[in-house]
Design a protein around this ligand. Structure first.
Ligand code: ATP
Ligand code: MG
Length: 549
């Protein structure tokens, strides 16, 4: 039995009408019971006409409650019924106080207090008390008990019922409003979440990289369409999110069990740009660069993982084609170049040349020599299968190597008024390949001079301690941006500003240097770089037990 605050929609109108009728039916039922009791004590009713009138009014009101279209009239009009009830019940009480009909006032008072706010809560008891008092005045010689019950007990009970109902209803209404607000809030949050989910879904299926997300039970929650397409291309069943077999970066070695990307992802491991091949060697293939991260909830606990894959097939194919081309061109160039060098040396060995011609041939020889070293470098870095360096390890004095390197570079440095300085602290001897380490120092020194300003400085410091020897090569040149530093050791990498300048180079010097130093189990890195200069550092392990000092 609930009355809406405002009756507008057909359904709420119907609810109002039904509720009015039910409330009234309750009282009518009680009155019917009273009539039965009254009939059993026939003749004892003091004012049968008044009793009959009261009962008739209540039944008429009940009929009215069922027939009148309250929904169309509005809620306020329904107040008439409990007011009529009050008057009718008072009539029943006046007709025969012994029947206790006065208690029936509780019905209309409850009704008024429930649906008509403070006004209803006051009207019920006030009207009842007034009517009861008026009724007592009508009765001939009412007893003291009748007075006490009529103007004291019943009104007090009614005030209590009315107040309690009013307060209870207010509370219920407030709770209902709160509940409705919460429901609306929840609904709008759900709506937003659904919209976010739709957006995420659309974004995921628009991007060209593959995305797989797993929940904490390892079940996939996202497999975007790009990734699904790749899986389909390699006949992966729809229930799986990884192919039957995947290969490592070399394209032929399958991953060890437990090391496959999806297994690592399941364990919550993070990895970046792991190169993975899908498809059997010799057949249609796909190279993916995979990055994985664990997903966490607001408390920082692991909630699953995500794997993002980028198609690197054409990139890797392009690099391979470039390397193939570079390898075959440099290989083809090497033979005629070696021959040129041989003949130039033979020419120099003869006596037929004038001094001027000898000078020219010397220049030709130096340039052919330089060309041969470039071609050798190109060949070295473009070989697909790195055969590694054939290193001849022997005790090597790095200070001596640095000195020789400085001497050979001095003419170029002098031309640009760049000073070269060498310091050495501690024992500079390591167990290394002298020729290759000299190549590295040459590369770093040549960079320090090449990318320096005229009149600048280059200092080399060889510092030995118990376990290793470090060579610091500092310049006062142009420096490098953090982005340049991160690409420095990539083959063919040259900074954008350098490419557009007149400073020549192939971008191979540092890549080769890094390979050489790694083959020595050492390290080469940028120690510091700013617009006022760069310091590069090479670390070589001393391997003392092997060193024959
Ligand atoms: P080459 O193969 O002839 O050595 P390169 O000098 O261009 O050519 P790297 O020695 O590998 O190639 O150096 C790569 C890039 O790093 C350079 O092109 C330059 O942009 C940057 N670089 C290297 N050393 C320095 C330095 N000391 N100061 C500023 N930039 C440098
Ligand atoms: Mg260089």
């Amino acid at each position: 039995m609930s009355l809406p605050l405002t009756a507008v929609s057909p359904s709420s109108r119907l609810r109002l009408e039904r509720s009015v009728f039910l409330w009234q039916l309750l009282l009518a039922g009680a009155v019917l019971l009273l009539v039965c009791i009254a009939l059993s004590m026939a003749g004892d009713i003091s004012r049968p006409e008044l009793f009959f009138l009261g009962v008739s009014v209540i039944f008429a009101a009940t009929a009215g409650a069922g027939v009148v279209p309250w929904g169309r009239l509005g809620k306020n009009w329904t107040m008439i019924i409990p007011i009529i009830d009050i008057l009718a019940v008072v009539a029943l009480r006046v007709a025969e106080p012994m029947l206790g009909a006065g208690l029936f006032l509780i019905f209309p008072v409850l009704w008024l207090a429930t649906y008509f706010g403070l006004f209803g809560a006051i009207t019920g008891p006030v009207l009842s008390t007034a009517a009861l008092t008026a009724g007592l005045l009508v009765i001939d010689n009412p007893t003291a008990g009748t007075w006490i019950i009529g103007v004291l007990i019943i009104p007090v009970v009614l005030v209590f019922v009315s107040t309690a109902t009013y307060v209870g209803t207010r509370k219920t209404q407030a709770q209902r409003v709160l509940l409705r607000q919460q429901a609306e809030l929840l609904e709008s949050a759900f709506g937003r979440a659904r919209q976010d989910e739709r957006t995420l879904d659309q974004v995921m299926n628009t991007v060209t990289f593959g995305v797989v997300a797993l929940n904490r039970f390892g079940r996939p929650t996202i497999i975007n369409s790009a990734y699904r397409r790749w899986l389909d291309e390699f006949g992966t069943p729809a229930s799986a999110y990884f192919p039957a077999v995947d290969y490592q970066e070399d394209g032929v070695t399958p991953f060890e069990p437990g090391q496959r990307p999806h297994e690592r992802m399941l364990r919550g491991e993070s990895f970046d740009n792991l190169i993975v091949w899908y498809g059997e060697p010799g057949q249609k293939r796909l190279a993916l660069g995979m990055t994985s991260r664990a997903l966490t909830n607001a408390e920082g606990q692991r909630e699953g993982a995500v794997l993002v894959s980028r198609d690197l097939t054409s990139e890797i194919d392009a690099i391979r084609s470039r390397d193939d081309l570079v390898a075959s061109v440099s290989h083809e160039l090497r033979t005629p170049l070696t021959s040129i060098l041989g003949y130039l040396e033979l020419t120099l060995d003869g006596d037929a040349l004038t001094e001027t011609d000898r000078g020219y041939v010397d220049i030709a020889l130096a340039n052919a020599d330089r060309l041969l070293s470039i071609v050798s470098d190109l060949l070295l870095v473009s070989q697909e299968e790195r055969v590694g360096f054939l290193l001849n390890f022997a005790p090597t004095d790095l200070a001596v190597l640095a000195k020789q390197s400085i001497q050979s570079l001095k003419p170029v440095a002098d031309e640009r008024r760049i000073s070269l300085l060498l310091t050495s602290i501690g024992s500079p001897v390591v167990y290394a390949d002298e020729f290759r380490v000299r190549q590295v120092i040459d590369n770093l020194l040549s960079n320090a001079v090449k990318y320096n300003h005229s009149g600048g400085r280059v200092s080399v410091a060889v510092i030995g301690d118990d376990d290793e020897v470090e060579i610091f090569i500092s310049d006062t040149g142009r420096g490098m941006t953090p982005d340049e530093q991160s690409n420095l050791f990539q083959r063919f990498y040259r900074a954008e500003s350098v490419r557009n300048s007149s400073i020549h180079g192939t971008g191979l010097g540092l890549a080769i240097s890094q390979e050489i130093i790694r083959a020595h189990e050492g390290d080469i890195r940028v120690s510091a770089s700013s617009p006022s200069g760069t310091t590069m550092v090479i670390t070589l392990p001393r391997e003392q037990e092997e060193v024959d000092e």
